[in-house]
Write a protein that binds this ligand. Structure first.
Ligand SMILES: C[C@@](CO)(OP(=O)(O)O)[C@H](O)COP(=O)(O)OP(=O)(O)OC[C@H]1O[C@@H](n2ccc(N)nc2=O)[C@H](O)[C@@H]1O
Ligand SMILES: Nc1ncnc2c1ncn2[C@@H]1O[C@H](COP(=O)(O)OP(=O)(O)O)[C@@H](O)[C@H]1O
Length: 279
């Protein structure tokens, strides 16, 4: 039967401004989102045995219908005249509940892969609509370019001029729930008053806009995040910031050697750390 093996990359938020709370409980945002080469691997197979099966085998990530990848496959199967079985195996490399968008990326990858395997031929715009019902960050991973993301994250504009960089991600492995972070955010209204550039010539230009409103909730609860940010700057990073709702911190380097050495030093402290390229 037909089979695909796909990579599902993580993201970091170079910028995350929370503009306002919406009546539906979500928040209007303005984000700059960048994919990085830290990827889960997703195998999707069609099968004669009806039903959807998702196997991940990673602590903290459900197998079966609780997995966002299962829900993505189910949403597309509902639109298909043929109803083959779908087997999905996920090898997790992206830390979980980390602010790196791993679940959203898995779901986006399954939407794109199942669309192809079932020959549905749904356009990107339709996949993004289906994606946002699964999670606010899913459309970004279908979009597949560095983006300005507005609305709840689903209104996407490509950012074409952005430098390649080395990114060190460090995850202190403390549990952070995205919903909890948004619930505890005190809105200042400040974000709506500033404008941010959309062209970035070099890594220094990116570092000049690094800012994340959600740090004000997550860092006081987990001071280790602030400690990691400081350590990365001492190690020679050009900038460092918490990604998404946290707790992962990322730092930008324009030099491979410095990035790789810094990731090694961070692992020696007992944290998950990788040096990767932007995509
Ligand atoms: C913070 C960000 C930044 O990229 O990423 P992560 O830290 O999750 O990676 C996103 O806004 C997270 O997106 P995602 O994780 O897809 O969100 P969802 O599953 O749709 O929502 C989880 C919960 O976050 C809150 N939420 C999410 C997005 C948004 N614009 N406003 C919100 O208030 C809602 O309470 C929702 O119940
Ligand atoms: N395929 C998946 N990968 C990761 N987490 C998943 C997946 N499916 C469901 N989840 C659940 O979603 C929650 C958020 O996970 P994740 O997407 O890694 O967080 P974040 O958006 O902070 O990067 C976790 O608590 C996890 O149990």
């Amino acid at each position: 039967m037909k089979k695909l093996t796909l990579k599902a990359p993580a993201k970091v938020n170079y910028r995350l401004d929370v503009l306002r709370r919406r009546p539906d409980g979500y928040h209007d945002l303005r984000m700059i989102m960048q994919r990085i080469d830290l990827c889960d691997v997703i195998e999707i197979c069609l099968s004669d045995k009806p039903g959807i099966r998702v196997v991940c085998g990673r602590n903290g990530v459900p197998d079966g219908p609780g997995n966002i990848a299962w829900r993505a496959a189910d949403a597309l199967l509902a639109l298909s005249a043929d109803k083959p079985g779908i087997d999905i195996a996920i090898t997790k490399r992206i830390p979980v509940a980390a602010g790196l968008g791993g679940g959203s990326s898995d779901a986006a990858t399954v939407l794109m892969g199942v669309n192809e395997l079932l020959g549905l031929d749904l356009p990107e715009s339709r996949l993004r609509e289906i994606g946002v019902a699964l999670g606010a960050d899913v459309p970004f991973f279908i979009f597949g370019r560095t983006a300005l993301a507005e609305g709840i994250g689903e209104e996407l504009t490509a950012i074409d001029q952005v430098p390649a960089a080395w990114i060190v991600v460090v995850n202190p492995n403390v549990p952070v729930s995205t919903a909890w972070v948004y619930q505890n955010l005190q809105l200042t209204g400040e974000a709506a008053r500033v404008t941010i550039p959309r062209f970035f010539e070099n890594v220094a230009d990116v570092c000049a806009i690094l800012s994340n409103d959600l740090e004000s909730v997550t860092i006081p609860r987990y001071p280790v995040i602030g400690e990691i940010k400081r350590e990365l700057l001492v190690a020679g990073a050009l900038g460092s910031l918490m990604s998404g709702s946290g707790p992962t911190v990322f730092a930008l380097f324009d030099d491979e050697g410095a990035a790789v050495r810094t990731a090694e030093a961070m692992r020696a402290r007992g944290w998950f750390a990788e040096a990767v390229r932007t995509i």
